[in-house]
Write a protein that binds this ligand. Structure first.
Ligand code: AMP
Length: 210
């Protein structure tokens, strides 16, 4: 199963991807997590990406296309994968298509901007492994500590309210047109955000015929 998760920043793509990858036994590839790791390690890609990310802007397409084609060529991707946060522009989607990367389904998680603004203030991520939590909706067993690896949970710099607003604008302008792009290819499945994480997972699995 080769799957794309679409949705605004804060729609719950990362959380759903973590659940789905266990359910479907395929890896999740998150360009956001790859970029954050690159910044932490001070790599040339990280240096290039940092200022865009801190401002809530998109990292240039050529950087992303390089990262994703390299990652999808790795051994663990041969039976399928879930893409979280990529493609984010028509140019990225076209570049993947050109590279012969095809998908079985594209799930778009639908949620209002208002709900996202409320939600982002409570989001926490593990600075070591990238797992995501929410202080109310998905709390870790021990406050501030990652359940998966014991790493420290922090608030992302780009989850500040002004940056979230900028990221939502970018989403509507650059990423939302991908819904039409994949609808034209018969791949789009729109799923409404539900009141709990588990119900949204159920709705996604149902949309995938599972
Ligand atoms: P995310 O963790 O998916 O919300 O991504 C965090 C930030 O990383 C975004 O706001 C962008 O600055 C950058 N980023 C992640 N994935 C992409 C992508 N596919 N295209 C451009 N920028 C990206």
């Amino acid at each position: 199963m080769k799957l794309i998760l679409l949705g605004a920043p804060g729609a719950g793509k990362g959380t759903q991807a973590e659940i789905l990858c266990k359910e479907l036994s395929i890896p999740t590839i998150s360009t956001g997590n790859i970029l954050r790791a690159a910044i932490k390690n001070g790599t040339p890609t990280g240096l290039k990406a940092k200022s865009f990310m801190d401002a809530g802007k998109l990292v240039p397409d050529e950087v992303i296309i390089g990262i994703i084609t390299e990652r999808l060529a790795e051994e663990d991707c041969k039976n399928g994968y879930i893409l979280d946060g990529v493609p984010r522009t028509i140019a990225q989607a076209e570049a993947m298509e050109k590279a012969g990367i095809v998908f079985d389904a594209v799930v778009s998680i639908e949620i209002s901007d208002e709900t996202i603004m409320e939600r982002m203030s409570g989001r926490r991520v593990c600075e070591a492994c990238g797992s995501s939590y929410h202080v109310v909706a998905v709390p870790p067993k021990q406050e501030g500590v990652c359940d998966s690896c014991g790493g420290k949970l922090v608030q992302r710099k780009d989850d500040a309210p002004e940056t979230v607003k900028a990221r939502l604008e970018v989403y509507h302008k650059e990423t939302e047109p991908l819904k039409d792009f994949y609808a034209q290819r018969g791949l789009l499945k729109s799923v409404e955000n539900q009141s709990s994480v588990a119900e949204t997972s159920q709705a996604i699995l149902h949309a995938l015929g599972r």
